[in-house]
Write a protein that binds this ligand. Structure first.
Ligand code: HEM
Length: 149
């Protein structure tokens, strides 16, 4: 190989290196941690849902709604739902929100009480404000399917 050819080969390799590292930067950007990951994945979501259900059970404003509910099933479905909605590797296998809550007569006050119980559970596990807001931003829009006034 001539000296000039060698020079061009070296130059091309340098360009290739630069472009590869640019790609890597892009990749990192594309793979920002999901809310599921930032919440602490499956185990952390299970712990929060456990605490949430404990809070709801102790909350005399709304606990009568759950008098005949299969709690272990509800817990499993809530974990699946939150996992899926936050970008985790789960599939929600429950009913849609409208049919799950149809006929229960849930009011806005009931909904807000339940959200308070969820926030208390998130606080208990020191979930940062940004992640709490993001999660509530996902669950809040479900309200019209749940509230019947
Ligand atoms: C964003 C808010 C809420 C979410 C994400 C949610 C989620 C769920 C899920 C996943 C189920 C199980 C669905 C199934 O059976 O297949 C369920 C059932 C139920 N939810 Fe909610 N829910 C919310 C708000 C509420 C509120 C505010 C109340 C009452 C205060 C409530 C009371 C119930 C009851 C009593 C059941 C059991 C119904 C039954 O056993 O047939 N939910 N909910």
């Amino acid at each position: 190989m001539k000296k000039t050819q060698l020079f061009f080969v070296a130059l091309l390799s340098a360009f290739a290196l630069v472009f590869t590292s640019c790609d890597k930067e892009e990749e990192t950007k594309d793979t920002d941690p999901t809310l599921y990951e930032r919440l602490g994945e499956q185990a952390a979501i299970e712990a929060v849902v456990d605490q949430f259900i404990t809070n709801v059970a102790a909350d005399t404003r709304i606990n009568s709604f759950f008098a005949t509910t299969d709690i272990p099933r509800l817990k499993r479905l809530l974990v699946e739902q939150i996992c899926q909605a936050t970008g985790g590797p789960c599939e929600y296998t429950g009913r849609d929100m409208k049919s799950s809550h149809a006929g229960l007569g849930i009011t806005t006050d009931d909904f807000n009480a339940l959200v308070e119980d969820l926030v208390a559970a998130l606080d208990e596990f020191n979930v940062p404000a940004a992640e709490q807001t993001e999660l509530l931003g996902i669950l809040g829009p479900l309200a019209p399917d749940i509230i019947e006034e």
